[in-house]
Design a protein around this ligand. Structure first.
Ligand code: ZN
Length: 365
């Protein structure tokens, strides 16, 4: 993980160590990577005249986790800040095209037309219309009372509140989710992602979007760091956040000219061991029956190959009644297989004491 170039004009770097734990991995110490003097306490709100006297700039320190690399602020957003926030991007024609294309691609690519898709937070809500135009049955969960009203006036179903580990999304399970420009605001990204995951079908997919840390660094954009954003995700830390909370990343890319890191995910599936467990018994039965069919006729059977996998299979499958095991490795000849205790012999034994059948255990080939 790169840190911001210390040569940035007018920005002092300090080397002070802040021993605050990372909000994502919860293990790493935080090191200072950027110090800004005089930023506003809140960039989303302009002031009335009677507020000027009490308004003061703050010092803003940006940190990087030594373990997982997440760039973050140590402080939390102001309490209840998002209850009444206002963020609109729909005035930009370029943005509208980007969002409309992105929503359409997401719904079509994953066959979500006719399925239930929940949007978690974010802005003026045009995105709900784009998802709906693409064929999804949409709803939103939203903390801002202003945007709840906006969306309801347009006929969308809206749930109020924040998503967390304790607060799953109502009317779950959902077939898909979209959360755009939200994760960077969330003080507990693990709880947020776990709340979403708990609200989904096991087959669900999702689309996430955050401002790109890479873009901020590449453009020396110190003004991208402000109190509203408590997390700054690179593609690496975005992937890490999702994977540690039960998602499998399908694709991560840069969108909107590199401004955003955009990710599509599905729920990570547990490994399936049932079939493997079943084959243990099946293999033993099949080989046992094969050997028995020869033995009843008085015909001996040998095994070819005593590599590690073959030896393990013979033991676990509980193979008995074998004449010997042939192996070309002279270091093995004269020894015995573990558990099954078959003698290891050279290939010429097949001429000296012929058998009727040979089971080949070259399992990796
Ligand atoms: Zn960390």
């Amino acid at each position: 993980m790169r840190v911001l170039d210390a040569q940035l004009n007018g920005i002092a770097m300090d080397n002070c160590e802040i021993h605050t734990r990372c909000r994502l991995c919860r293990e790493g110490d935080l090191k200072t990577c950027l110090c800004l003097s005089h930023p506003p306490r809140n960039i989303s709100r302009l002031l009335h005249h009677d507020e000027l006297k009490s308004d003061m700039p703050i010092d803003l320190n940006v940190y990087e986790c030594r373990e997982c690399g997440l760039v973050q602020l140590a402080q939390m957003p102001e309490p209840f800040f998002y209850d009444d926030y206002l963020m609109t991007t729909s005035h930009s024609a370029q943005m509208r095209i980007f969002q409309e294309d992105q929503a359409s691609d997401f719904i079509q690519r994953f066959g979500l037309s006719g399925n239930r898709v929940i949007e978690v937070g974010c802005g003026d809500g045009n995105y709900l219309e784009y998802l709906q135009q693409a064929g999804a049955n949409v709803a939103r969960i939203e903390a801002s009372s202003r945007f709840q009203v906006w969306a309801r006036e347009r006929g969308f179903e809206v749930f109020s509140g924040y998503v967390s580990g304790e607060n799953a999304i109502p009317e779950a399970p959902w077939d898909g989710f979209v959360t755009r420009q939200v994760l960077e605001h969330v003080p507990d990204p693990n709880g947020f992602l776990q709340g979403i995951r708990a609200s989904l079908r096991s087959s669900a997919v999702g689309l996430g979007e955050v401002p790109s840390l890479e873009q901020s660094l590449d453009g020396y954009r110190f003004y991208d760091f402000f109190t509203d954003h408590v997390n700054y995700f690179s593609t690496i830390t975005l992937r890490y956040a999702l994977e540690r909370n039960g998602f499998e990343v399908i694709e991560i890319s840069r969108g909107m000219g590199g401004e955003y890191n955009v990710v599509t995910v599905r729920i990570a599936q547990a490994f399936e061991f049932t079939g493997l467990q079943r084959i243990v018994g099946t293999l033993a039965e099949e080989i046992g029956a094969f050997i028995a069919s020869y033995r009843y006729a008085g015909k001996p059977v040998a095994i070819w190959g005593a590599g590690g996998k073959g030896v393990a299979a013979l033991a676990v499958a509980n193979i008995r009644e074998i004449a010997y095991v042939v192996d070309t490795d002279q270091n093995k000849q004269g020894l015995f297989t573990p558990v099954s205790h078959f003698p290891m012999v050279a290939p010429n034994m097949l001429e000296r004491a012929p058998v009727e059948a040979v089971i080949i255990t070259a399992l990796a080939y």
